[in-house]
Design a protein around this ligand. Sequence first.
Ligand SMILES: C[S@@+](CC[C@H](N)C(=O)[O-])C[C@H]1O[C@@H](n2cnc3c(N)ncnc32)[C@H](O)[C@@H]1O
Length: 252
Amino acid sequence: MSDSPIFRCIAEWQGNRPWGRFLDAGTGSHSLRWVAGLQTDAWTAITGAEGMARQVRDTVSETQRSQDRIVVGDWADPDLLAGDSYDTVLADYLLGAIDGFAPYFQPYLFARLRPLVSKQLYIVGLQPYVPYFPDDDAGQVITRIGRTRDACLLLAGERPYREYPLDWVCQHLEASGFRVEQTRQFPIRYGQRFVQSQIAMCEARLPRFADAALAEAMAATLDRLRHEALALDDRLGGLRHGFDYVVSATPR
Ligand SMILES: C[S@@+](CC[C@H](N)C(=O)[O-])C[C@H]1O[C@@H](n2cnc3c(N)ncnc32)[C@H](O)[C@@H]1O
């Protein structure tokens, strides 16, 4: 049993039905550790990054069976897993990440996955928060962190994630040959770990800014943001803002 409420929800929805052949369509240590602990006939884990493949290989080194495989590929490539079929497909925070690997491919992702899903698709995603301007203190500091992070990634020559809302996901699933069965929202409480890791991610990008004066000013901005966010986290006992969502869908 997983300690993640989202994976617990998926297991609850799945009930007594067998997982069968399982595809982790956007793998990472968190999802693959969970998948590798399920009673599957075989699993396949896809990532767009060689570095991620190495990481997940280590994560499952003790439990990976001969029928399980980790594949580096790009969902924009029509040959990836062409002709394969899986009883259960999990797209765990894949949608938002797609933009970093296959720009502008996000509206086609569910249609791309459709022929691979024989029984059940589960989508996990993050409701977008970066381009919004909430009134409450926690929301304001979280969106400032998100905007600053995305700005730093762009200024360092990288592509930020692009998340999509739950209603967009449901509409695109229906338009891509799926029937949406259930959805659930999981409110998020951000904390110290989030603040520190996001600011650290920004600081690591500063040396790649083309403009050294901008990098120096950004370093000061990041320092202020970290202190403000940590103080607010302390005062409020966590920074409650937004939600993750999970969707279950079946092929029509
Ligand atoms: C945010 S991570 C997923 C998190 C992961 N499920 C976990 O447990 O930590 C996104 C994953 O999707 C993969 N990905 C993103 N775009 C992709 C694409 N176009 N083709 C294949 N994999 C892609 C990334 O390489 C990464 O493995």
